[in-house]
Design a protein around this ligand. Structure first.
Ligand code: DGY
Length: 322
């Protein structure tokens, strides 16, 4: 019997592709070419499954060109690149990679918060440019993390991880906003208090965004929300570009309406709004919150395990539709 055919749409760890070859006839992309939707569709014509990353859009047009496709296994916890309704209508299973990246991503969120509040990259650029000639009392003076108020918008697993780091490690007061309130047990574990979004924006010294992207969360933070924040506040986005109105943020940063921002994700990435590239008080990283070797391997292995389980006739391990 011939093996099911799958596409690995982006380069991943070669040994994990080899593992997939034990079960499937695999077409992979070792040179990591960014295919256009038409090039991706061409490759999916004869495939039963595909391993995607967040950068391949799976929508009705693509599904119409892939009549054999049964599963899209995303190597990411976020799956806003999937049109889940279109996939369900076409009978295509979607899966993601929750849990395996939670702690790594929470670590990064906290690192980005610290780098932003303490102006680490801005001061490093200054030093490398040979501008450091003397100590001065206010040189790169930032804001404190310990004892400050941490506001988290989006209190899923990663948000909870950040809350615990803040409350238990740095003695921060934690407030959060989420579609639904956490159980009393989880609130106690995270030492977090539920508040309305506006109250969070008005009172937090550091606002961290960890909310999934959807039409409803588009521009959760725009000019009006930035105007509510304190002038010494920082804003951290490790969720998705599109949650923040980057153009409005660049204006707020340039005009000093908030102190600083740390961004790992961008609207239209890998393009970055040109105004963000010219303001000094923003730390910019290229969507690397889950990028440690063990975590990226765990994500790739979980995506592979979903393909192996589902195309092997067992249920998907981490489904995003039913
Ligand atoms: C995710 O898992 O959604 C990340 O953003 C991809 O690294």
């Amino acid at each position: 019997m011939s093996k099911p055919r799958i596409l690995v749409a982006r380069a991943i760890f070669p040994d994990i592709v080899d593992r997939l070859r034990q079960y499937f006839d695999v077409e992979d992309n070792p040179d990591d070419v960014i295919w256009t939707p038409a090039e991706l569709a061409e490759r999916l014509v004869d495939k039963d499954g595909v391993l995607t990353t967040g950068s391949q859009r799976i929508d009705a047009a693509l599904l119409a060109a892939a009549p054999r496709l049964k599963i899209c296994a995303n190597m990411a916890v976020g799956y806003n690149n999937f049109d889940v309704d279109a996939m369900t209508a076409a009978g295509v299973q979607g899966t993601n990679t929750p849990d395996v990246l939670t702690e790594t991503t929470a670590d990064f969120g906290f690192a980005l918060l610290m780098a932003t509040a303490r102006r680490m990259t801005e001061s490093e650029h200054y030093l490398r440019a040979g501008k450091w000639t003397k100590w001065s009392y206010d040189m790169f003076a930032g804001s404190d993390i310990h004892g400050s108020t941490l506001g988290i918008i989006g209190m899923g697993r990663i948000g909870q991880g950040i809350a615990k780091r803040g409350a238990h490690g740095f003695g921060m007061k934690v407030v959060y906003h989420n579609r639904s309130r956490l159980s009393a047990e989880l609130e106690a574990e995270c030492k977090a208090t539920y508040v309305g979004k506006d109250e969070l924006l008005r009172t937090a010294d550091h606002v961290v965004l960890v909310v999934p992207y959807s039409a409803a969360s588009h521009h959760t933070i725009g000019a009006a929300e930035l105007a509510l924040m304190q002038p010494m506040a920082t804003l951290i986005n490790i969720a998705r570009g599109g949650i923040v109105d980057d153009a409005a943020l660049a204006v707020a940063l340039r005009e000093g309406r908030i102190a600083a921002a740390g961004l790992d994700v961008f609207e239209g990435e890998p393009s970055v709004h040109p105004d963000l590239l010219t303001v000094p008080n923003v730390v910019l990283t290229p969507h690397i919150a889950s990028a440690t070797v063990p975590t990226r391997r765990a994500m790739a292995n979980l995506a592979a395990d979903n393909l192996i389980a589902f195309l092997g006739g067992r249920g998907p391990l981490t489904p995003v539709n039913q």
